[in-house]
Design a protein around this ligand. Sequence first.
Ligand SMILES: NC(=O)c1ccc[n+]([C@@H]2O[C@H](COP(=O)([O-])OP(=O)(O)OC[C@H]3O[C@@H](n4cnc5c(N)ncnc54)[C@H](OP(=O)(O)O)[C@@H]3O)[C@@H](O)[C@H]2O)c1
Length: 257
Amino acid sequence: MDTIILGTGGLGRAAAAAFTARGDAVRLIGRPASGDHDPAALAGAQVIVEATRGHAVRGNVEAGLAAGCRRFVIGTTDWAADRDAVEQALVAAGATAVVASNFSTGVVLFGRLVEAATRLYGPVPEFDPYLVEWHRRTKTDRPSGTARDLANRILANHPRKTRISDGTGGQPDPDELEVLAVRAGANPGAHLVGFDAPGETLEIKLSSRDRSAYAAGILASADWLLREPRAPGIHAFDPAVVDELLAAATKPGEPGR
Ligand SMILES: NC(=O)c1ccc[n+]([C@@H]2O[C@H](COP(=O)([O-])OP(=O)(O)OC[C@H]3O[C@@H](n4cnc5c(N)ncnc54)[C@H](OP(=O)(O)O)[C@@H]3O)[C@@H](O)[C@H]2O)c1
C-alpha cells in the first residue's frame, strides 16, 4: 500500500520503518515551510498517518481530505480542542480515522489487566493501590497520558479511591490514589501498578523498550481501515482494532491483515 506519514520525529520514523520493513511504499513528510501542507503533495496515499504536534492535526487532516485520502491513523496527542471539528470534516467527506494516544497493544491489554486486578484486589481493604511511571528526563507532562488513563481505570473500578493524589506531600488521604512520576535519564517509558497489604505486595509492570510497539499498532490500524469499509468518523484503536486483532489471533490460519 502507499502510505504517507506526516511527522519526522521519533514516532513518524518508527512507523515509517515498520511500513518499509514489510515492503509498503512510504513517504515521510516533515513540517512544511509554509506552515500548511499543499494537498497536491499528499495525493495518492491510501492511508495518511498523523505523527506531528497537536496544533497541526486539524490542518493536516483537512489537507489529506483535500488530497482525496479517506483513511487516517492519528497518533498525535493533545488535539482534544479540535476533535469535534476533525470528526465533522471526516464524516462530511465519508472518511475514517483510527485514533489512540497510545498505539501499543501491550499497553491496551495492560489497561484491561489493571481493571481486572482492581476489581479483584480493590474490595479487600488491606490492599492499597498505587501507580508509578518512569520516563526520560525530557518528557514534559507528568503523569503521562498513559498513567492518567491507568489511574482513571483504577478509580472507576475501586470501591474507595475517588481521586488521584495531587503529589503535594504530607500524609496521603486514604481516598486518594498515590501516583508517582519519575523523570530521569533516557527511560522510554514504564508503568507499574501495585497493591500493597501488610504481609504481601502485588505488582504488575509494563516497560517499553522502544517505539516499535506503537508502530505495530499504527500498522494494524492502517490494515484495519483497508480490510473493509468502516463507518465514517473517528474510531478508537481500543476496542475497535484491538478486539479484531485478538479475534484474528484466536483463529489459526486467518491472516491479521
Ligand atoms: N499514539 C501513540 O502511540 C504515540 C506514541 C508516541 C508519541 N505520540 C505522540 O505523537 C506525536 C509525535 O511524537 P514524536 O515523539 O514523534 O514527537 P516529535 O519528536 O516532537 O516529532 C514531531 C514532528 O512533527 C513535525 N511537525 C510539526 N508540524 C508538522 C506538520 N504540520 N506536518 C508534518 N510534520 C510536522 C515536527 O517538526 P518540527 O520539529 O520542525 O516542528 C517534528 O519533527 C506527539 O503528539 C506524541 O505525543 C503518540
